[in-house]
Design a protein around this ligand. Structure first.
Ligand code: TTP
Ligand code: MG
Length: 373
């Protein structure tokens, strides 16, 4: 049997701001872009959440709901630094840590439990260390599988602690709404409601054939999760799946020539990283942050794997130039390469003679999303 902790810091960006500026302690803090720049809320302190403010809300709406809210511009470098301290404390407890974002991780504590410590004592000790050594508060879910602990850490926030004893998983999940299950978004929840299924317990009672019809490929995995029996391991030290290089500018850049030279530098940097690691990739991604902190990525897949500078530069520039608009300025620019592999027939020289782009361009957009997610 596994013993797992899911740990997630409370109101992370806002908590760091309150920690660094004691005048903000106990006050409604809105971290994000300015309302006049059409900024969005990255996160809000719990004092501000009482007014109905939440992540990804336009700052204009947030200010309307919570006029006394204090707007703070995000400081990503500082958040990354604090995240490093927190993850180091996690790794001091167990080397089996799977970070999910800057403020969130799964910890496999099986060995610690087998060494004689109680899961509850381990969790309390972890919360205390985080508080004492960083000044932040941590919410923790403890249990025998990932899906249960992830729900647990969220249930009693802030400063939460939920321990689900072995054997109690299904009973713990049963009364909760289906949308709490990882993998069930609003659309699936709506489809389930139409079938009369509101709770995880009602879902777990359905026969396997029903799951297969309703969820297709995901049937087994979702059934296991609904029953509190998912068998997913905590994945540590994943091999790098992408390499990237990014810069945040002191002054936002809008000038085309200047942007082009930044893209070229970032592309060369990534190409060198690939070469040093003896890797080639097919997918080129640019990451962009606008003046209002809206952050998004655009990507394009090459018809072959490469670590050559030119095709990466060209692909990145093509993606960025499609995003240029009069008056639009950029605060951050990054270039990444992923989708690693090797083409048997294509050497570096042949690479350059192949057509540059395939058609399966894809993109995803998120607003002031958590970094590195
Ligand atoms: P979360 O852990 O989702 O949120 P949180 O830590 O602020 O609050 P909670 O107590 O509910 O855990 O995300 C961590 C950080 O990621 C958050 O502080 C800010 C950032 N973030 C965004 O920038 N945009 C978003 O839409 C979300 C959800 C988070
Ligand atoms: Mg959090």
């Amino acid at each position: 049997m596994r013993h797992i902790i899911h740990a997630d810091l409370d109101a992370f960006y806002a908590a760091v701001e309150q920690l660094d500026n004691p005048e903000l302690a106990g006050k409604p803090v809105l971290v994000g872009g300015r309302p006049e720049n059409r900024g969005v809320v990255a996160t809000a302190s719990y004092e501000a959440r009482e007014f109905g403010v939440h992540s990804a809300m336009p700052m204009r709406t947030a200010v309307h709901r919570c006029p006394q809210g204090i707007i703070v511009t995000p400081r990503f470098t500082r958040y990354r630094e604090m995240s490093g301290k927190v993850m180091a404390i996690f790794r001091d407890l167990t080397h089996m840590v799977e970070p999910l974002s800057l403020d969130e991780a799964y910890l496999d504590i099986t060995a610690v439990v087998e060494g004689g410590q109680q899961p509850l004592a381990i969790a309390l000790d972890l919360k205390r260390r985080i508080a004492e050594e960083t000044g932040l508060t941590l919410s923790v879910g403890v249990g025998t599988c990932k899906s249960v602990t992830k729900i647990g850490s969220d249930l009693d926030k802030p400063d939460g602690l939920v321990v689900v004893q072995p054997g109690d998983e299904a009973e713990f999940l049963a009364p909760l709404a289906v949308n709490k299950l990882y993998g069930i978004g609003p659309k699936t929840a709506e489809r389930l409601h139409r079938e009369g299924i509101e709770t995880i317990g009602q879902l777990a009672q359905q026969p396997l054939e029903w799951f297969a019809k309703f969820f297709g490929q995901r049937a087994i995995s979702l059934r296991d999760k609904a029953m509190g029996q998912d068998d997913e391991a905590v994945h540590t030290e994943r091999a790098a799946k992408s390499l990237s290089s990014e810069s945040t500018f002191v002054n936002d850049i809008g000038d085309e020539a200047e942007l082009r030279s930044v893209v070229d530098r970032k592309a060369v940097d990534v190409a060198h990283q690939l070469e040093r690691k003896n890797l080639k990739g097919r997918t080129v991604t640019v990451k962009l942050r606008l003046a209002d902190f809206t952050t998004f990525t655009r990507q394009s897949t090459l018809p072959y794997h490469t670590n050559a500078e030119e095709p990466i530069k060209e692909a990145a520039w093509r993606l960025l130039s499609a995003e240029l608009e009069p008056g639009r300025t950029f605060r951050l620019l990054g270039v990444g390469v992923s989708n690693f592999g090797e083409d048997l027939e294509a050497g570096d020289i042949e690479d350059r003679q192949l057509p540059l782009f395939a058609v399966d361009d894809a993109f995803d957009t998120f607003t002031a999303g958590p970094e590195d997610k």
